[in-house]
Design a protein around this ligand. Structure first.
Ligand SMILES: [Fe+2]
Ligand SMILES: [Fe+2]
Length: 286
């Protein structure tokens, strides 16, 4: 049987226009807070949710933030972009599309933790741009979202294989020729995301020395490792987290620096959980 292809899914979700525009501001060094404001202002639902997040206890502002521009000034251009991406992505994690709502929420927490970890690692290593690392961290397991939402039987067959064969999750995916990396990569292609994001999504468990965007891929791989190591959320992958030997050299980091990043992420964990809970609530209200 040929490997499963994303083309076999009818009614694949299209990328919301607002999210496409937000992601492409990543690639444009000339983009500004004003451009972002123009994009966001046209989307009432996102604007409302953005203001709710900007006014949450997470940021701790004393005065209420009532406009997108104020939010951009107060929390920062990159932060607004990331919040909007996160909020838009949650549309794909809506419980109605998932048989297992709890698993969807835990995958979301894992993704949020990985995105914060990726930002910390990028800042520390200077291997890649922190806000691009944040976005790639948020999206890295999007293939799992698609599997769970659109081909739940096949997603379950991977878990069944794991328990029948007593093997690891990635090993089961490869035996069944159905991998969340490939699904995510193909979805990123379908959505016309920048190639650097496609590679980070498609290769975060399978680093190779010669790959074109190795520093970012290594950051996402290590971010996934740290999020799982600290048990922040659950990616649905029961394997013990293992760091590729290529990761640290690709980021120009040593073990001590990685430990610093792990501590930083651990200290941030309560805030990540708080932000996650806020997002889950805003989604429930939506
Ligand atoms: Fe993954
Ligand atoms: Fe992951």
């Amino acid at each position: 049987m040929p490997p499963f292809s994303i083309k076999q899914i009818r009614s694949l979700p299209t990328l919301p226009n607002v999210m496409n525009q937000i992601i492409h501001t990543l690639d444009d060094p000339n983009s500004s807070a004003a451009d972002l404001e123009r994009i966001i202002r046209n989307d009432q639902a996102i604007t409302t949710k953005l203001l709710a997040v900007a006014n949450s206890a997470y940021y701790g502002f004393q005065h209420e933030i009532t406009t997108v521009r104020r939010a951009a000034v107060a929390v920062g251009f990159n932060e607004v972009r990331n919040i909007c991406l996160g909020l838009t992505l949650m549309g794909f994690l809506h419980p109605s599309t998932f048989a297992d709502r709890r698993a969807a929420e835990m995958l979301w927490l894992h993704s949020l933790a990985a995105s914060e970890a990726a930002r910390i690692l990028a800042l520390r290593s200077r291997a890649c741009e922190p806000s691009q690392a944040f976005t790639a961290g948020l999206l890295h397991d999007i293939g799992k979202v698609i599997m769970a939402a659109f081909v739940p039987d096949k997603a379950k067959s991977v878990l069944d294989y794991v328990s029948q064969e007593g093997c690891g999750y990635l090993e089961a995916e490869s035996a069944l020729e159905f991998s969340h990396e490939n699904m995510g990569r193909d979805l990123a292609g379908f959505w016309d995301l920048p190639p650097v994001l496609m590679q980070a999504i498609g290769r975060h468990h399978s680093l190779e020395k010669e790959m074109g965007h190795l520093p970012l891929v290594a950051v996402i791989h290590a971010a996934d490792f740290l999020a799982r190591d600290l048990a922040l959320g659950d990616s649905g992958n029961g394997d013990a987290p293992v760091l590729s030997p290529l990761a640290l050299p690709a980021m120009g980091m040593d073990l001590a620096a990685l430990d610093d990043c792990r501590r930083e992420l651990r200290d941030l964990a309560p805030k990540i959980r708080e932000q996650w809970e806020g997002m889950m609530q805003s989604r429930r209200r939506a």
